[in-house]
Write a protein that binds this ligand. Structure first.
Ligand SMILES: [Zn+2]
Length: 247
């Protein structure tokens, strides 16, 4: 690993530019930023970040994406992003066509405009207009990059279901109880059309709940801690970080 770092460490001016454009990373302490730069350099060595739909991906975009993706694994392991090798970036939201069978076996084609998507054992796909600096497509706590890469962690033990592999010092029942309780709570608010400070998309299913709450955990930790302190605690054990200390 050292020889990789020696050859391909992200140049400091570029690193500085990317970090200062990403508030969720810029607030880290000096030591954490140093570690994050190493991780992001290795990440970029392992993964190709390529443009699609006419978008040219430049070095700033690469480092900006890598820095935030690696924030998730700052105290975990680069191996947690194993088994896939590509990040594809579209200029804008992209349309995914899917064929779905209904109960009577008839195929329906559905089209969805997405800001991001993560495929199991496949690429992470992002829309640059939703991921770029200053963009909060789903409210002030939203961050498409953290969202999609957290799905990758969730997929480490199979299809995304809101239950990533927990660490040994974590208790599965506590994780499940805290997250299901909060999920039910948000689901009922959304169902009754109440305003929620958390993106209502979180109530879509447990996998989206984990991804959206990961965004809130890093971007607006105080909000998550106030609304669902037990979920904050579980995410803090999972990510081995305490973002509240930086606010
Ligand atoms: Zn998602």
């Amino acid at each position: 690993m050292q020889h990789v770092l020696f050859r391909s460490r992200i140049p400091y001016p570029l690193w500085h530019e990317a970090v200062s454009s990403a508030p969720v990373v810029a607030r880290l302490g000096h030591r954490e930023l140093h570690r994050l730069r190493k991780l992001a350099s290795l990440f970029l060595h392992e993964k190709a970040i390529t443009g699609a739909g006419g978008l040219e991906v430049d070095d700033f975009m690469r480092v900006y994406i890598a820095a935030q993706a690696c924030l998730l694994i700052l105290n975990l392991d680069l191996d947690d992003f194993q088994g896939w090798s590509e990040v594809i970036v579209y200029p804008d939201t992209f349309v995914i066509k899917r064929e779905e069978y209904d109960a009577s076996g008839v195929v329906h084609e559905t089209r969805k405009a997405l800001a991001g998507e993560a495929w199991q054992r496949g690429p992470v796909i992002l829309s640059w207009s939703d991921a770029r600096p200053g963009s909060h497509p789903h409210g002030p706590a939203s961050n498409v990059i953290l969202h999609e890469f957290s799905h990758k962690l969730d997929m480490l033990n199979g299809a995304a279901n809101g239950m990533p592999p927990l660490h040994r010092d974590m208790v599965r029942e506590e994780w499940t109880a805290s997250l299901s309780h909060a999920y039910e709570n948000l689901y009922h608010q959304v169902e009754r059309h109440h305003h929620t400070s958390i993106d209502p998309y979180a109530a879509e299913n447990p996998a989206e709940f984990f991804a959206v709450l990961t965004e809130v955990f890093f971007v607006q930790p105080a909000l998550l801690h106030r609304l669902y302190p037990k979920v904050y605690r579980q995410l803090s054990l999972f990510y081995r970080q305490d973002p509240l200390q930086y606010t």
